[in-house]
Write a protein that binds this ligand. Structure first.
Ligand SMILES: [Zn+2]
Length: 450
């Protein structure tokens, strides 16, 4: 993954001070630059770290807690009561669990979209620092407890007010943005339509401009979003967002399932991006985003795993395959969204969405050394004639063997060096059980558990 999309067989990468200083065929490597430390990746695939641009860290702890249910029940009976009962320790453990899974499946950078105050922003930011990952944390901004045209439906534990949330973004931005050697970013996490007034969206746009930071929000995920903005504002969702000043670079709209051609043109012209979340859209029956058409119009589209109750995993390698296959069946055209396209979406397109395309998203001299190594000597990856095809269609997140971020080896031989896996798994199980009790949520499998 470089600007010429070369696939180097027998390649070598030299990392110096956390930055890629050389990448060439081994035979062309300048010998005076031999490294102090070498990783032998013979027979393996070396790729840029994957970039997940729509993640809910706090949903790892409620993985599998809301399956096979309608969206409103999904939110009202399961996700909101559970998240509305989180405390800062739950928030930290959920973030640790999520990052552990991301590191182990090759994600090196993520955009978290909605951190409510009760999840404990400081604890989560500290976890990003400690994990070695690159993460943008968006603090929720909201003013109304609604969702689409449904008024006052949010769980009391999820409700926050406009003045406080606006102030918090600024506080956390000052405290954390650019910290951990620049690995942490802080953005505005505007809550979905129905939870903010027009004035609040305008304030968010002004705030983001003043701080020079980004904004992310769910948009046109469900048809209800379209009905809502048409009724309330006489506009389509992206037209409305444009009107309040919320369409531009470093703006990431999650889902965009129901965006129209006119709206794609607005996003393309203003440089906003879409986080396509195929597994989540399929599981919640939200619809199928018209990704190839959107991209042809010029919209930058990256990939997102969304969350524990909607996906239910944070594995970007699986998400690439899902993204490709979903478009093929929708368009009835097997040429659509090939392996190369989904690999771009998971890497360089994600970097562009975050405004980090100068630093990450490809393997080129001068870019940060965010690199993964995928093992290929496996039955399900044999024979291997085209590595791009295997990564998109045959590999799994668990095939990632080494994860390097900022030049540091974060995972080696599938052992994560920065986080204590056993401790986190134990704590996550304990905390999730207590959380379910506290929230009064019961998971009732339809088959008898004996
Ligand atoms: Zn989401």
């Amino acid at each position: 993954m470089d600007s010429r999309r070369r696939v180097l067989t027998d390649g070598a990468v030299l990392i110096k001070d956390g930055v890629i200083s050389q990448i060439e065929k081994s035979s062309d490597f300048r010998t005076q630059d031999r490294a102090d430390f070498e990783i032998d990746a013979r027979g393996k695939v070396v790729l840029p770290g994957l970039i997940d641009i729509h993640v809910h860290l706090a949903q790892a702890l409620i993985r599998g807690c809301a399956d096979d249910t309608s969206l409103i029940d999904w939110l009202q009976k399961f996700v909101w009561p559970l998240q509305g009962n989180f405390d800062a320790q739950d928030g930290r453990v959920s973030a640790e669990l999520c990052m552990l899974e991301m590191i182990k499946s090759g994600t090196t950078t993520f955009l978290e979209s909605l951190l409510h105050t009760r999840y404990g922003f400081d604890g989560i930011a500290e976890t990003v620092g400690r994990s070695g990952m690159r993460g943008i944390l968006s603090k929720t901004v909201m003013g109304l407890p609604g969702y689409g045209s449904e008024k006052n439906i949010m769980h009391p534990g999820m409700i926050e007010d406009a003045a406080t949330t606006m102030r918090e973004v600024e506080t956390y931005f000052q405290r954390w943005n650019g910290k951990a050697d620049g690995r942490i970013g802080v953005w505005y996490g505007a809550r979905s339509l129905g939870a903010c007034t027009r004035q609040l969206y305008e304030e968010i746009a002004r705030g983001a401009k003043r701080l020079g930071t980004g904004v992310t929000m769910h948009l046109s995920e469900v048809q209800e979003d379209v009905r809502y903005t048409e009724k309330e504002f006489g506009k389509m969702p992206a037209e409305f967002m444009d009107q309040v000043g919320l369409v531009g670079p470093k703006v990431v709209f999650a889902h965009g399932v129901w965006l129209t051609e006119k709206e794609w043109q607005i996003l393309a012209k203003k440089g906003a991006s879409v986080a396509h979340c195929p597994s989540s859209n399929m599981k919640l029956s939200s619809g199928i985003a018209k990704v190839p058409e959107m991209m042809r119009t010029g919209v930058n589209v990256g990939l997102g795993c969304d969350g524990g109750p909607s996906n239910n995993s944070y594995d970007m390698i699986r998400e690439m395959k899902t993204a490709s296959l979903l478009q093929k069946v929708r368009t009835m055209d097997p040429v659509t969204m090939g392996a190369e396209t989904v690999l771009e979406m998971a890497t360089i397109n994600g970097a562009k969405a975050l405004g980090l395309q100068g630093q990450i998203g490809s393997l080129e001299p001068g870019k940060k050394a965010d690199i993964i190594i995928v093992a290929m000597q496996k039955p399900h990856l044999t024979p291997a004639f085209n590595p791009v095809s295997h990564i998109a269609y045959a590999a799994l997140g668990s095939d990632v063997e080494t994860t390097i971020i900022d030049g540091k080896i974060i995972m080696d031989g599938r052992k994560v060096n920065t986080l204590d896996e056993q401790k986190i798994l134990h704590e996550a199980n304990e905390r999730a059980t207590k959380l379910l009790e506290r929230a009064g949520v019961r998971i009732s499998p339809r088959w008898p558990m004996q």
